[in-house]
Design a protein around this ligand. Structure first.
Ligand SMILES: Cc1cc2nc3c(=O)[nH]c(=O)nc-3n(C[C@H](O)[C@H](O)[C@H](O)COP(=O)(O)OP(=O)(O)OC[C@H]3O[C@@H](n4cnc5c(N)ncnc54)[C@H](O)[C@@H]3O)c2cc1C
Ligand code: SF4
Length: 589
């Protein structure tokens, strides 16, 4: 029997970026807010030198990530296959613990383009309806770029993004991204210092007629105090950034920004080690009454009643809890009815390496976001007619760090072990330049999430099942844009050029590709086609709001967290200014 706790105005499930922002915004509004997090507490003291620079512990044994011995998902490529449990982390690395994946992210912080926000309309307008593949579930976002702009801005100033604007109020800015949507003002901090790889990429892409710009970074280019009075240090280019907490408090992360800011409010409290197992509802199912959670330390069960439930448990956790709690109708790919689990998307990412006998890159100096990007092949910034696919990619040089275990590029043809490999890795460690292609991914009818009929987690609940494969559209995109990146690398004049390896079906859940999992609880205009309305409120249970990239109707050629942050501020604003005045559905159908 669960112990019933005192009722709160709001209960938030998950304490990453979205949970932290909601905690701050709603406790500032005077509501009593309880934040529940399944993982441990975390603070800056956990990530000090020298112990944080332990690649084996953090980047090989994945200490900061989701514990798959307690809960995981099952996976198959197509609906006809038997799904099997993912017993080790591989293709993606969901976070766990206070701060979520925002503790160990890289900090690459983009805005989605105006085109992304109006995808279906723009594609139909430029290429015609017949250009859209039959099984592609292409949709417009239910909010425009212009509506989200102030919320992108708020996220960027809270997180101290280092970058160069490309378009301020419609005026194109030298050195920024000329394809970006209009922004109200410059980034709060100037770009990071360029690496040799950044300089070479900039020079070559300019010569090829492209438009390079410094990648927007949540790694501080200088000491910064954000609007909440939170101080962040200057990035040390330590190279232990992706997969690690920051030793210098220089990477904007929820556990050092929005969460401590929320904790200043006495009406906000946070409980780590609290694993939410379901959202409770009234007998008619129309209202949530709170959540039930289990302490992962003692096994005790608690009920936390609340007037408002906000799911901030990353896309996977959000969709899993909706399916387990009967919030919305599960998606069925055969009849294409139901909405929960629909629209799961990923990213179509490839890497191109090149090797230069006469250059020294000092790869050990880098940060999670250091690099230069071109957007000439992203969104609809080029003519898709001749290439025959929808979507695009940001293409960029990456100087993320050169850690000793995992970062050892060698030219094609090098043996994979033995003395020849040892000689090659010593020779090329300092002479390797890496570029990446971060491709978009469109929702497809047979890519979805549901509950697995066979396997259960440590709490006896069905695991979530992922059915996912790359489509023809993904293969065309990857073949074209990996070739573009390869051609850029060749134009730099390397001694050796790495293999060209575009993504092809079947998708494998084993090698790491990206933790940019989106969709599953998508937002839209039509309750028969989307799980959430434009304010990220459940169409079915109006006092449940669902934050995160699970709301994206498709994934773009950028990293998602800029858009995730903007959507969270947008939804928080709707709760404060609309929902609290008149609790109930914010849109009626
Ligand atoms: C290695 C890595 C690098 C990345 N780099 C970038 C980047 O450079 N740029 C970018 O835009 N994005 C990046 N990302 C993605 C980024 O981290 C996520 O988009 C962002 O953290 C999502 O925030 P969130 O609040 O939705 O989820 P999370 O940060 O994952 O937080 C969700 C929290 O919910 C908790 N939770 C889940 N289920 C439950 C439950 N049932 N009960 C209680 N708590 C629960 C989890 O433990 C977690 O702490 C990266 C991710 C990884 C893993
Ligand atoms: S590279 Fe910079 S932001 Fe990243 S962990 Fe090191 S000091 Fe922090």
């Amino acid at each position: 029997m669960a112990t019933k706790l005192k009722e709160a105005d709001v209960v938030i499930v998950g304490m990453g970026w979205t949970g932290g922002i909601m905690a701050k915004e709603l406790s500032d509004a005077g509501l009593t807010v309880v934040g529940l997090e399944r993982g441990p507490p975390r603070s800056d003291a956990d990530f000090s030198v020298p112990m944080i620079r332990d690649e084996l512990r953090y980047a090989v044994r994945n200490e900061l990530f989701m514990d798959v011995s307690r809960d995981t998902l099952t996976f198959r490529n197509t609906p006809g296959q038997q799904a099997l449990p993912m017993r080790r982390l591989g293709s993606f690395l969901p976070g766990e613990g206070v701060g979520g994946a925002g503790v160990h992210w890289n900090g690459q912080t983009y805005r989605f383009s105006p085109h992304d926000h109006a995808l279906r309309s723009r594609v139909e307008e430029r290429y015609g309806k017949s250009f859209i593949p039959q099984d592609m579930q292409l949709a417009d976002w239910p909010m425009s770029y212009a509506e989200l702009e102030p919320h992108y801005d708020k996220f960027e100033y809270m997180a101290g993004i280092s970058g160069k604007a490309g378009n301020i109020a419609g005026k194109i800015q030298e050195g920024g991204n000329p394809f970006e949507g209009p922004r109200a003002r410059e980034y709060p901090n100037p770009p990071l210092k360029p690496s040799l790889a950044s300089e070479m990429f900039t020079e070559t892409t300019r010569k090829l007629g492209y438009h390079p710009f410094p990648r927007p970074a949540a790694n501080m280019s200088r000491p910064y105090t954000n609007p909440d009075g939170i101080q962040l240090g200057e990035c040390q280019y330590c190279g232990f950034c992706e997969n690690f907490g920051c030793e210098a408090n220089a990477k904007a992360s929820p556990h050092i920004t929005v969460i401590p800011a929320a904790l200043r409010n006495k009406n906000f409290s946070m409980k780590p080690y609290a694993w939410v197992t379901r959202v409770n509802r009234t007998a008619d199912g129309k209202r949530a009454t709170g959540v039930t959670y289990t302490s992962v330390l003692t096994g005790e069960e608690f009920e936390q009643p609340a007037s408002l439930v906000i799911l901030c448990a990353y896309g996977f956790g959000n969709v899993h809890l909706m399916l387990l709690s009967g919030i919305g109708k599960p998606y069925d790919p055969v009849s294409e009815t139901g909405t929960v689990g629909k629209g799961y998307c990923y990213q179509v990412a490839t890497v191109v390496q090149s090797f230069f006998e006469d250059r020294i890159f000092n790869p050990f100096m880098g940060t999670g976001s250091l690099g230069v990007v071109i957007d000439d092949f992203n969104g609809d910034n080029f003519d898709h007619g001749p290439v025959g696919y929808i979507g695009g990619a940001s293409i960029y040089s990456a100087s993320l760090g050169g850690r000793p275990i995992n970062q050892r590029g060698v030219p094609p043809g090098t043996p994979r072990w033995g003395s020849e490999w040892k000689k090659a890795t010593a020779r090329w460690y300092n002479r390797t330049l890496q570029m990446s292609v971060q491709g978009s991914n469109m929702a497809s009818r047979y890519n979805y999430l549901d509950l697995d009929p066979t396997y259960r987690n440590a709490f006896g609940l069905p695991l979530m099942r992922m059915t996912y494969n790359f489509t023809d559209n993904d293969e065309k995109l990857s073949a074209h844009l990996t070739t573009v990146a390869h051609d850029i690398a060749r134009a730099m004049g390397p001694t050796h050029l790495g293999a060209k390896a575009p993504r092809r079906a079947p998708y494998s859940i084993v090698p790491y590709q990206s933790t940019h999992n989106t969709g599953g609880a998508i937002a839209g205009h039509d309750p028969s086609k989307s799980a959430l309305n434009r304010y990220l409120q459940s169409w079915d249970v109006s006092n449940v709001f669902v934050m995160g990239a699970s709301a994206f109707p498709h994934n773009s050629g950028y990293n998602p967290t800029g858009a995730v942050g903007a959507l969270t501020y947008w939804a928080a604003d709707a709760i404060r200014t609309k929902y609290l005045k008149d609790p109930g559905p914010l849109l009626r159908t």
